[in-house]
Design a protein around this ligand. Structure first.
Ligand code: UDX
Length: 436
């Protein structure tokens, strides 16, 4: 089967590489020239364990092709995955212009051709499939096109993308016709997991509803963690205690600096916007976002409790990426923590094993006001306090006794509950965790 993938972003690149590894011939259409030339040279444009080896192998074996020749890719493909971005607009809604542009290109290059299945993998608002159908008819201007639209949301997590693509919890396909479903059955034939076939509206809602639910769990436990702090309870045990209930489940109940990344914040905003646009009360999600926004202030408050005055103090921020195992800094909680520290007049030295270049690029003016080092030891030298924002394993393995001696004042805020409290206190740290 010939497949085309539009957009070599996170989802597109992982989808293309994995599908080619399963034996399909995959052409990836990417318009960004510098991205394209790197991919053609066998360099992965994202950091993702196992991805580059797979990319190089399939590129070498000729099954994986990176191109800007959209007409040829469209002509040859039977299944066309749309994986372009749907960034947030100022009102929170998803910007659908890239999806529309791909739709136009596909229609114009499949006039009078055989049946093709357009599969939307980008996270999109409910009703997108219908819009694509409508726009296809308009762009076809009465000429014959034989296109069907399906929805196939992707649930992979950054840092484990290849593994999660290849071994998903479930596959969701929203397709109207038997033919479309059969084609998607073929694509995912080798996957041994539940496969749910629905209409396209349902599939579109499943994706937003899943991400919003997971984000809700995080804000919920963060809310509870504040109460734990006030009352001397331990949020990690509360999470364990409720997580044993199979109806609740133990995952996504880690209190911390709040969720970030390219999906949760954007998808919550978009889902809330969809709800509002139908006149529904999606205030629950507004609260989830509000709790998340307040996390950085909570951390500042804790530092103030130990350091009295933050102005003029040197704070080491450990971790810039939105979670470990990735170089992605999109909507990272580190940015709001750093912003809040600067607002207090503190100076910030930030460290991260993979995220510094991305942080500099994405948060230009904020980044100009702080210093960076890849070495945590250097960041901690002479610091009045350290704040762990991302739970990189390397921070667990630091020689904390030595760190304490090298700091100006041994104040440590473990924003991810990753260190052993008793041990840190024994070493002489004024140690704070989250919700305990
Ligand atoms: C998420 C979804 O999990 C995935 O299914 C979807 O396809 C894309 O969005 P991802 O953004 O890669 O994946 O990261 P994830 O591991 O879900 O973490 C998101 C954020 O929540 C991170 O900032 C993480 O640190 C935070 N988090 C996660 C918590 O604060 N507590 C938790 O218990 C879990």
């Amino acid at each position: 089967m010939n497949i085309a993938v539009f957009g070599a972003g996170y989802v597109g690149l992982v989808t293309a590489v994995c599908l080619s590894d399963l034996g399909f011939r995959v052409q990836v259409v990417e318009k960004d020239r510098s991205k394209l030339s790197r991919l053609q040279a066998g360099i992965s444009t994202i950091y993702e364990p196992g991805l580059e080896e797979m990319l190089v192998r399939n590129l070498g074996e000729g099954r994986l092709i990176f191109t800007d020749d959209a007409p040829l890719a469209i002509l040859e493909a039977e299944v066309l995955f749309v994986c372009v971005g749907t960034p947030s607009r100022p009102d929170g809604s998803a910007d659908m212009s890239q999806i529309e542009a791909v739709t136009k290109e596909i229609v114009e290059n499949s006039l009078d051709s055989g049946y093709k299945l357009i599969v939307v993998k980008s996270t999109v608002p409910v009703g997108t499939g219908r819009w694509i159908e409508k726009m296809s008819a308009l762009y076809a201007k009465g000429r014959r096109v034989n296109l069907e639209i399906a929805s196939n949301p992707e649930f992979l997590r950054e840092g484990a993308a290849v593994k999660e693509f290849m071994h998903p919890d479930r596959i969701v396909v929203g397709a109207a016709s038997e033919r479309g479903r059969a084609l998607m059955e073929d694509v995912y034939r080798s996957f041994d997991c539940p496969k749910l076939f629905t209409d396209s509206h349902t599939a579109e809602i499943i994706k937003y509803a899943a991400n919003s639910f997971l984000a809700t769990k995080i804000s919920y436990i963060n809310m509870v963690s504040d109460l734990c702090e006030e009352t001397g309870a331990d949020v990690t045990l509360v999470a364990e205690g409720i997580g044993f209930d199979r109806r609740i489940g133990a995952d996504f109940l880690k209190a911390g600096p709040g969720f970030g990344g390219s999906c949760f914040p954007k998808d919550l905003r978009a889902f809330a916007h969809v709800g509002r646009s139908y006149g529904l009360n999606f205030g629950l999600l507004e609260q989830v976002m509000q709790i998340n926004r307040e996390r950085s202030q909570r951390m500042i408050r804790k530092l103030r409790e130990q350091l009295w005055v933050l102005g003029g103090k040197r704070i080491a921020v450990l971790g810039l990426t939105f979670k470990p195992g990735t170089d992605d800094v999109r909507e990272t909680p580190a940015a709001s923590v750093i912003e809040a520290l600067l607002a207090e007049g503190a100076s910030v030295l930030a460290t991260d094993p993979l995220g510094i270049a991305g942080f500099r690029e994405m948060y230009g003016s904020l980044a100009e006001r702080i210093s960076f080092t890849v070495s945590p030891g250097e960041a901690l030298l002479g610091a009045h306090a350290a704040v762990i924002v991302t739970d990189w394993d390397a921070y667990r393995e630091l020689d904390w006794a030595d760190v304490k001696d090298r700091m100006e004042t041994p104040v440590l805020l473990d924003g991810r509950n990753m260190l052993d409290r008793a041990e840190m206190r024994r070493l002489g740290f004024a140690f704070m965790a989250v919700g305990r």
